[in-house]
Design a protein around this ligand. Structure first.
Ligand SMILES: [Zn+2]
Length: 98
């Protein structure tokens, strides 16, 4: 089936409209990504932290977990780094922290 000249013109018009929509939507996505980055930075900077804290305590929501050593060799899940909260004393292995 061959397109008529009218159909071709109609498709070209639709393509032009689509191109404008695509441009506008991509422009909005870029703006939102920029805003997302700013918000994530704001969130990171808002985390309170104790002087020795390197990871966030799940209980206190403060970067107050300090490294205290490793689990002994030969345990079920292998050697893990252990952290302890300087505020509440909660202990956690590194793989459970963020
Ligand atoms: Zn804590």
């Amino acid at each position: 089936m061959v397109l008529t000249e009218e159909e071709k013109a109609e498709f070209k018009k639709k393509g032009e409209i689509y191109r404008k929509i695509e441009y506008e939507i991509n422009r909005q996505i870029v703006k939102l990504e920029l805003q997302k980055g700013k918000l994530e930075k704001e969130l990171r900077e808002a985390i309170p932290g104790t002087p020795n804290g390197t990871l966030i305590c799940k209980i206190c929501y403060v970067q107050s977990m300090r490294y205290i050593g490793r689990t002994p060799q030969g345990e079920l899940f292998g050697v893990e780094e252990i952290y302890e909260c300087e505020i509440c004393g909660h202990k956690e292995i590194e793989s459970n922290l963020f």
